[in-house]
Each structure stands twice: as structure tokens, then as C-alpha cells.
Design a protein around this ligand. Structure first.
Ligand code: FES
Length: 242
């Protein structure tokens, strides 16, 4: 039973897995594309049994994915954390439109590609005086799993996004025939292997292919190496299209 969500956290083991505690729900979440192969929505995938504590593979080589099976120790996995410890706001570029301001930290990109629809989230922000462009810009930014992109209301100066429930999703990308990162939602604290806690955010993506150059965060390398965890949604004939 989930009874400890208020105390949930993820602790990164040095050159080892993510140690998850606090009964965080775990499920696959699938990128759905339109007929032009542009991502447009998320579908729910396989749900895993609820456990109070579990460890998720970080090296990408577990024979029991998504869980750790100890392979990292046999392969000499180097999980050195190289990501910036600066706060999101300190790293962000700002793009201002008439009703929205977009903040963007490209280093956090997990290549989910929702931001590419229509003229793209950057131009839609510039065009946000048009209600249709504004709506689409907000939708695209909110679908960004890594939290690279955040839209802010120019009048209220507040971010426009729903507070997500604490949970973990395993991103699956049938269009690219690849598995993506671990999508951590709802402000779950992530503790580095040196004991310091990363900035707590509503949306974050952690690398699970083992090859990101911005560990512990995903930087999209899983697409270059065609990483897969064998999820059902990636099997031939299961291409996910709206
Ligand atoms: S899962 Fe995206 S870079 Fe490893």
C-alpha cells in the first residue's frame, strides 16, 4: 500500500542504481505521434506492482529492467554525476512573447519532441498574443517531461503547469523504437551520491540508458544508441499513432 508519499525520495548510489523509497507508483508512459511523426500526447503503459522500496537500473544493462539486477558492478559502470548544481532559473534562457515567457535549459533536453508541433514552442511563445498559439505553446511546454521548458504567465509571473502527483514513469518512444528516461514527477527529492539534494522540481528526467553526458539527467543519448528495455509498446506492429 502507498502510505509514505510525503517522505518519498530517490537516492543515487555511486556507480549504481536509483534507490527509490516511499511507495512511488511506477508505470510505463508512451509517446504518441501524429501522422507526421510529431509527438502529440502521452498514453499510459504497463503498471508495475506497488512496492515501498525498489531500485531502478541506471547503467542500462540490467537483465531485469527496469529494476537493478547488479549488472553495474560486473560491467564497471561509471555513473559519475556531471550535471550542473545550479538552479533551473539560474541556467534558463528566456524567450518573451506578448502574454507568455518561456524558460529553456537545453542541457536538460530528453528529446521527447513535443515542442516541435506547428511552428514550435519558441515561435508560439513569440506569437502568444494569438489565443490559439498561446494554448498550443502551453500544451507543448507542459508535455516536456524533463522540465527543460516552462511557460510563465506574463501578467501573474507564475509558471503555467499542473502540480503533478509524485510518481515515476518509464518513457517509451515507439516512433523512434527506443526506451527513454525515468520521468520523475511531483517534486520527489533526488539525492546525489555525494549526499546533496538536487533542486526539487515538478518534472525531471533521469538517465536509465547509462550513457547520458549530463548524469544523472537524461540528455537524449538513448535515441543515438537505440536503447530499449523490451517494453511491449516497442514490439513490431505496436507503433503508437493517434
Ligand atoms: S535515458 Fe536518455 S540519455 Fe540515458
Amino acid at each position: 500500500m502507498a502510505k509514505n508519499k510525503g517522505n518519498c525520495k530517490i537516492v543515487i548510489e555511486k556507480n549504481g542504481p536509483y534507490l527509490v523509497s516511499g511507495s512511488l507508483p511506477l508505470a510505463a508512459e508512451i509517446i504518441v505521434c501524429d501522422s507526421e511523426s510529431i509527438p502529440v500526447k502521452w498514453d499510459k503503459g504497463k503498471r508495475y506492482p506497488l512496492r515501498e522500496n525498489y531500485s531502478l537500473c541506471r547503467c542500462g544493462k540490467s537483465g531485469n529492467a527496469p529494476y537493478c539486477d547488479g549488472t553495474h558492478a560486473k560491467t564497471g559502470f561509471d555513473g559519475t554525476e556531471t550535471a550542473s548544481r545550479k538552479k533551473y532559473w539560474q541556467q534558463a534562457k528566456k524567450i518573451a512573447g506578448p502574454t507568455l515567457v518561456l524558460t529553456d535549459v537545453p542541457n536538460l533536453c530528453a528529446l521527447a519532441r513535443f515542442c516541435e508541433k506547428a511552428s514550435g514552442v519558441w515561435q508560439l511563445t513569440v506569437d502568444s498574443g494569438d489565443p490559439k498559439a498561446r494554448k498550443l505553446a502551453i500544451e507543448e511546454a507542459c508535455n516536456c517531461p524533463s522540465g527543460r521548458l516552462v511557460e510563465w504567465d506574463r501578467k501573474t509571473e507564475k509558471p503555467i503547469e499542473k502540480k503533478l502527483k509524485p510518481s515515476i514513469s518509464l518513457v517509451e518512444d515507439p516512433e523512434e523504437k527506443a526506451s527513454g528516461p525515468i520521468w520523475v514527477k511531483g517534486g520527489v527529492p533526488i539525492v546525489s551520491s555525494d549526499g546533496k539534494t538536487y533542486e526539487i522540481r515538478n518534472r525531471v528526467t533521469l538517465c536509465r540508458c547509462g550513457r547520458s553526458r549530463n548524469k544523472p539527467f537524461c540528455n537524449g543519448t538513448h535515441l543515438d544508441i537505440e536503447f530499449t528495455d523490451g517494453d511491449e509498446s516497442l514490439k513490431p506492429g505496436k507503433k503508437s499513432r493517434r
